[in-house]
Design a protein around this ligand. Structure first.
Ligand code: CAA
Length: 379
């Protein structure tokens, strides 16, 4: 059984590696330059069943294994971080249904996310409630068979393109995090205004939006779990999703190292390839070793998720922290290896360095990851 799974995982990984090399890599620089959401890559992932990797077979998926998904995300991110985010956020938006939804909600909605027919988003952050997610001010008030949502969400990946948005709102403001409830909101709902946010440093082709809810009616049957379950669902989802951001970071770093290695072997100075200088070799060796260490941690966190290990929360936070800091360092060093050429957008490493930065910020800043880790260690 374990051997079969390993063979299946490797088959998925190698087919995505080819897809990334042949179909996504040639688009990466253009996606970054135009800053336009890459619908052609969305269609490619639909055609190739790539979205399905995140979801279990009983709900129309291919795998549902965090480890398999992390390898797919890493492969895609090694050529285009924006494209990898399409996959990671489809999982992020689907996990609340998987963790908190009823059997009927899972059977209705997960297959359409697994096929990519519908695009998902996860709306937790607000302008004044980012790291302190529990301080959200968006309210949901029961009104007969509906809830009425008022408030706003900020920095929502896929926010203006998503068909389904998982929105966290307070149904009982006096109860703090225990008063938060999750809802599956139709992206075209009346009373929902979506404002795209432009001008990002990296992941420039991904969609980021502000969402404004003004008396937005959501049928009660679209509540996920019970009233008050929302914060635990949100945190459980982040435990599963943070290693995928770690995997995205790893991929960005691995792509930068691959490029830097090729360059160092070709670039001649002082009469020989710069790869022959020990100063460069030490730098390249550190990049490789640090990425491998981060990869071990990302895989360990994914295995903990897949096996239901209690340590998944801290391992997920450690994986995201270490892999994103590694990606930032490795991409910065890759720019250094290329020198002046690294600093211009004719070469991909400056894009990779810009893309790496967000992995230290989203799905919980690395300061928040440290809080999560410390809390678990001290418990
Ligand atoms: N799983 C299940 N339940 C959990 C949990 C977990 N991992 N972590 C906490 N909880 C529960 C606690 O047990 C507690 O339950 P009780 O009320 O029953 O005791 C409850 O949740 C509240 O826990 P805390 O007191 O620890 O909560 P807190 O208010 O101190 O916040 C925090 C903790 C870790 C700082 C949290 O607010 C947090 O993770 N903040 C960062 C938010 C974040 O990551 N946002 C990212 C947005 S998504 C994104 O970026 C996506 C994108 O664009 C790609």
């Amino acid at each position: 059984m374990a051997v079969e799974l390993e063979v299946e995982r490797e088959a998925i990984r190698s087919s995505v590696r080819e897809l990334a090399r042949d179909r996504i890599a040639p688009r990466a620089a253009d996606i970054d330059r135009s800053g336009e959401y890459p619908w052609d890559i969305v269609q490619l992932f639909r055609d190739q069943d790539t979205y399905a990797v995140a979801f279990p077979p009983q709900y129309g998926g291919l795998s549902g294994s965090a480890l398999t998904l992390s390898q797919v995300v890493e492969e895609v991110a090694s050529v285009c971080a924006t494209s990898a985010l399409l996959l990671a956020v489809q999982a992020l938006g689907g996990y609340p249904i998987l963790l908190g939804g009823s059997e009927e909600q899972k059977r209705t909605h997960l297959p359409e996310l697994a096929s990519g027919r519908k695009i998902a988003a996860y709306a937790l952050s607000e302008a004044d409630a980012g790291s302190d997610a529990g301080a959200m001010r968006t309210r949901a008030r029961r009104d007969g068979e509906d809830y009425i949502l008022d408030g706003s969400k900020m920095w929502i990946t896929n926010g203006s393109v998503a068909d389904w948005i998982v929105v966290f709102a307070s149904t009982d403001p006096g109860a703090g995090t225990r008063g938060i409830t999750a809802f599956l909101v139709d992206g075209d709902s009346a009373g929902l205004e979506r404002r795209p946010i432009h001008g990002k440093l990296g992941i420039r082709g991904s969609d980021t939006a502000e969402l404004i809810f003004s008396s937005c009616r959501v049928p009660a049957e679209r509540r996920l779990g019970q009233e008050g379950d929302g914060f635990k669902i949100a945190m459980g989802v982040l435990d599963r999703s943070r290693p995928q951001i770690g995997a995205q970071a790893l991929g960005i770093g691995a792509g930068a190292l691959r490029y830097a290695l090729g360059y160092a072997k070709q670039r001649q100075q002082f009469g020989r390839p710069i790869a022959e200088f020990q100063g460069l070799q030490f730098m390249l060796a550190d990049m490789g070793a640090q990425l491998e260490a981060a990869r071990c941690l990302v895989h360990e966190a994914c295995r903990a998720i897949d096996s239901g290990d209690q340590r998944a929360t801290e391992l997920a936070a450690m994986a995201k922290l270490i892999a994103s800091d590694t990606a930032m360092k490795v991409t910065t060093d890759a720019v250094q290896v290329l020198g002046g050429y690294g600093y211009v957008n004719e070469f991909p490493v400056e894009r990779m360095m810009r893309d790496a930065k967000i992995t230290q910020i989203y799905e919980g800043t690395n300061q928040i990851q440290r809080l999560v880790i410390a809390k678990r260690l001290l418990a």
